[in-house]
Design a protein around this ligand. Structure first.
Ligand SMILES: Cc1ncc(COP(=O)(O)O)c(C=O)c1O
Length: 408
């Protein structure tokens, strides 16, 4: 086995300390290895942090997106709008239900769906039964929650925010008003978070849906756990559920729609709960790193651009993408990535337009989404994680200067 290169800076990395390890070990010594009191505490903490009244944790954000789509009753004949620039899971979760995906374009400089690109997607698909939209808060930046919700509400379209990147992000609505937290669901029916290892906080694998709607929360919990209920008021089969005198059988449970096993475990929740206690610390450090990158990269040259920053918000940055004009530079992205790697700098591309994936082109044909293409052609995520030192940021910038050379 070769020793890990401790000098290598990946594009993202979890931040685990002794408290996190102790929290997980405590669970391993307890009675609950599956969903128990720590999952409940984790969900309560997420409600407190986001301001939502209900949190339904899941084994991943992919599972959370799937049950959110199911909770809305999406199925064959229904359509949902998804930005072309996102991770596969946002679109795939819609397909799991049998519903179809409309890919919306994005702003070429932020990668975000906007009210205008959402409206355009609706206009060219006016013959379709559009039931949901899934704005993606890419890199942690909010994708116009107010503008998109206004259009959606006017048309009876439900909003599932994919905030997998955006725990800790808040945005202002109007001057001098209180900020709205992503996940509070003031401009969405449901919000989904990911706690995959490199996200803002880690469970290892994990996700959650927040909502303010108790009936949606009830459906989410059903779909998370096989579709089964033990609540006697929900039983429909009195012959099976009770004895001759009408007393409920103590072993009885019932399923009216098939669900999944998408539960989070107490082991994962213990890590997540411990990490949530450090959320402010993590997001503060991420903001400092972003500010340092922004300041030092802004003057670096005509071929490298910062992504467009969304004004009037506090961002819980998950990624630090920059836009590089590789064609003008005369260097391919692959060459830049491998030269950076040789200098100990990991980078990644977030994301290939999902609409270009063979599965989706076979299903829907080729899309002409110029904003998504322009973003994808230039984007490269640089290392961003809370344990980075200022000198690490400077190392990334020096490596970029060396690799991009005088052309920038
Ligand atoms: C935007 C987005 N949505 C959904 C997911 C799926 O998250 P998970 O890995 O927790 O299933 C990811 C994961 O990278 C993501 O980036």
């Amino acid at each position: 086995m070769t020793a890990p290169d401790t000098n290598f800076l990946p594009y993202g990395r979890q931040n685990i300390d002794d408290d996190d390890i102790a929290a997980v070990v405590d669970v391993l010594r307890s009675d609950f290895l599956t969903s128990g009191p720590i999952v409940e505490a984790f969900e309560a903490k997420l409600c407190q942090i986001t301001g939502a009244s209900e949190t339904v944790s899941c084994s991943s954000a992919t599972a959370a997106l799937h049950i959110a789509a199911l909770a809305l009753g999406l199925g064959p004949g229904d359509w949902a709008v998804v930005p072309a620039i996102t991770f596969l899971a946002t679109a795939n979760a819609i397909r799991y239900t049998g519903a179809d995906v409309i890919f919306a374009d994005v702003n070429p400089d932020s990668g975000l769906m906007t009210a205008a690109t959402f409206q355009a997607a609706i206009d060219i698909n006016s013959d379709k039964n559009i039931r949901a939209v899934l704005p993606v808060h890419l890199a942690g930046q909010p994708a116009d929650p107010v503008g998109i919700a206004a259009i959606a509400r006017g048309k009876g379209i439900k909003v599932i925010e994919d905030a997998s990147h955006a725990l800790g992000t808040s945005y202002m609505v109007g001057k001098g008003k209180e900020p709205h937290k992503v996940g509070s669901c003031t401009h969405a029916d449901m919000t989904v978070f990911s706690f995959h290892a490199v996200k803002v906080i880690a469970c290892g694998e994990g996700g959650a849906v927040t909502t303010r709607d108790p009936s949606l929360a009830k459906r989410l919990r059903l779909f998370r756990n096989h579709g089964m209920t033990r609540a006697s008021e929900d039983f429909t089969n009195s012959e099976l559920s009770s004895d001759d005198t009408g007393v409920i059988n103590p072993w009885y449970y019932e399923m009216t729609e098939p669900g999944y096993n998408y539960r989070l475990t107490d082991i994962h929740a213990a890590l997540g709960l411990s990490q949530l206690g450090k959320l402010d610390q993590f997001t503060d450090r991420r903001r400092q790193i972003v500010a340092r990158y922004d300041e030092r990269l802004a003057g670096l040259g005509a071929c490298l651009h910062l992504i467009a920053h969304i004004p009037a918000c506090q961002i819980g940055w998950h990624l630090y993408p920059v836009l590089i004009d590789f064609d003008t530079l005369g260097l391919s992205r692959a060459v830049v990535m491998s030269r950076l790697r040789r200098l100990g700098i990991g980078t990644q591309v977030h994301y290939i337009p999902v609409s270009d994936q063979p599965y989706y082109t076979q299903l829907y044909g080729k899309h002409d989404l110029s904003g998504a293409q322009a973003y994808y052609a230039r984007v490269l995520s640089l290392p961003l994680f809370p344990a980075m030192k200022d000198s690490d940021v400077d190392r990334v910038i020096e490596a970029l200067e060396r690799v991009l050379g005088s052309a920038i």
